[in-house]
Design a protein around this ligand. Structure first.
Ligand code: SF4
Length: 133
C-alpha cells in the first residue's frame, strides 16, 4: 500500500507513489492499482494514462517487478478499469516524459484550464486566467 518510488531515467528522476501493488502470479508479476475518487475513469483513459505508464516503468525499472496489469480503481462505483502496457508502450511513455521534461527546462508551460483551477495556487500568475481578466 502507498509505495513510494524514485524512477531514475538518467538525466531526470521521477518521484511518486503507487496506491497499491498486488502480487499477480509468479516471478515478480504484479498488479498496480490507482484509486480514483470523483468521476469514474473510462477504459480509454486507463489505456492512454501516462500516470499508469509511469507506475509501470517504476515497477519494472525501479523495483524489478513485472507489471502485468494496471488499473484505475473507481471508488465512486467500486469498479476497476484494467489495462496493460507493452514494452513498446513504455518506451513511448519515456519519450513523452523526456519531451515534457525538455519543455519544463525551457520554461514552456502550456496551461490546461479545467475544474481544478479553482484550487490551484498558481492561478494568480497563470496565463489562462490572465487572458480571462
Ligand atoms: S490555474 Fe492555470 S496552472 Fe492552475 S490548474 Fe488552472 S490552468 Fe493549470
Amino acid at each position: 500500500m502507498e509505495t513510494h518510488f524514485s524512477l531514475d531515467l538518467g538525466d531526470l528522476v521521477l518521484e511518486g507513489r503507487i496506491d497499491q501493488i498486488n502480487p499477480f502470479g509468479g516471478e515478480n508479476a504484479v498488479e498496480l492499482l490507482d484509486y480514483k475518487t470523483g468521476r469514474p475513469r473510462s477504459q480509454k483513459e486507463a489505456d492512454s494514462s501516462l500516470q499508469l505508464s509511469v507506475y509501470a516503468l517504476a515497477a519494472r525499472d525501479g523495483m524489478k517487478m513485472k507489471p502485468v496489469r494496471l488499473a484505475f480503481y473507481n471508488l465512486g462505483d467500486n469498479e476497476p478499469v484494467y489495462t496493460a502496457r507493452t514494452p513498446r508502450d513504455l518506451a513511448k511513455a519515456v519519450e513523452e516524459i523526456r519531451e515534457v521534461a525538455e519543455q519544463i527546462r525551457q520554461m514552456i508551460f502550456h496551461p490546461t484550464p479545467g475544474f481544478v483551477c479553482k484550487w490551484c495556487d498558481y492561478q494568480p500568475v497563470c496565463p489562462a486566467h490572465e487572458e480571462v481578466l
